[in-house]
Design a protein around this ligand. Sequence first.
Ligand SMILES: NC(=O)c1ccc[n+]([C@@H]2O[C@H](COP(=O)([O-])OP(=O)(O)OC[C@H]3O[C@@H](n4cnc5c(N)ncnc54)[C@H](O)[C@@H]3O)[C@@H](O)[C@H]2O)c1
Ligand SMILES: [Zn+2]
Ligand SMILES: [Zn+2]
Length: 361
Amino acid sequence: MSQRVRGVIAREKGKPVEVATIVVPDPGPGEAVVKVQACGVCHTDLHYREGGINDEFPFLLGHEAAGVVEAVGDGVTDVAPGDFVVLNWRAVCGNCRACLRGKPWYCFATHNAAQKMTLEDGTELSPALGIGAFVEKTLVHAGQCTKVDPSARAAAVGLLGCGVMAGIGAAINTGGVTRGDSVAVIGCGGVGDGAVAGAALAGATTIIAVDTDDRKLEWARGFGATHTINAREADVVEAVRALTGGNGADVVIEAVGRPETYRQAFYARDLAGTVVLVGVPTPEMTLELPLLDVFGRGGALKSSWYGDCLPSRDFPMLTELYKQGRLDLDAFVTEEITLDGVEQAFGRMHAGDVLRSVVIF
Ligand SMILES: NC(=O)c1ccc[n+]([C@@H]2O[C@H](COP(=O)([O-])OP(=O)(O)OC[C@H]3O[C@@H](n4cnc5c(N)ncnc54)[C@H](O)[C@@H]3O)[C@@H](O)[C@H]2O)c1
Ligand SMILES: [Zn+2]
Ligand SMILES: [Zn+2]
């Protein structure tokens, strides 16, 4: 048995996305079908459409989602039909060398559904980040479903499924930001503002937001930025140093995914400080740095996959902070749109008009 639903696919590299009929199989062992309620438009979806992730077209896009479990396959015990869940794209295996060492957020063998969703002619779809959630119903691995408080707004908590979690985690989990730290965040989209909010939650006292767009800088202030730098008007490294006693920030988070902004992050941090790369570069990008500077500046150069989050630990906790009014997830939702609006939402993201457009079903 299978169901036919509407979803957004990227059929060819660089071509506008389209709404198509998607065939969703019934859940097999360890799988779940989720009725999607809300799914945010993330820059990574655009990367997929542009061929920047891989060439496995056609893609079923969308991956920052919340919804209700409709059906589960054999052997699924953690979630049941009716559960309100946020989808995650790193369902940890529990058995790989990272999991066995007690560092499951690095899991090297994360789970995805074994069956494929297809087009009506049988063409297999590659679901974005193993999810694919710009679709009325999606098939995932049951471990990709994390239960959260069902009274939370789906459009808001769904964002914990990717960008906002990646940003918050980049600051708190990967960067280890703590009270009294100075933090700079380069690139203040959904991910960067997540990092700003995370730094504020962790008690950083100086939080410098860097972007090329004044509207983004204004929004970043709303999430807790204490200072802002427009990268078109100032030398970012000099400006960050000037705001941190001439030293640079303790933690600099790169949330753009480009060599030039990474270089800024590298030099805008204090000696022995930490750089966190959470922006995703494309395959052709390279970086050259004097090795002596890598050595001489000390500290840590880290990457952040999904904010080094553990969905089972972090999604319910952040949902609770949201419900208590201490994490303003609603402020990330610039607009609610329908499935037909994803292509235009990419345009608005590109133009910097939105933090997150969220598809509502
Ligand atoms: N590591 C992860 O797990 C993870 C998860 C989700 C997204 N991402 C990646 O994070 C990055 C950001 O995603 P997003 O959804 O926030 O995108 P976005 O488009 O909403 O935000 C990017 C921001 O960077 C700003 N920017 C662009 N060039 C800049 C420059 N030279 N200097 C300063 N700011 C600049 C833009 O104005 C924009 O505000 C993307 O590369 C995305 O793929 C990573
Ligand atoms: Zn594992
Ligand atoms: Zn994403």
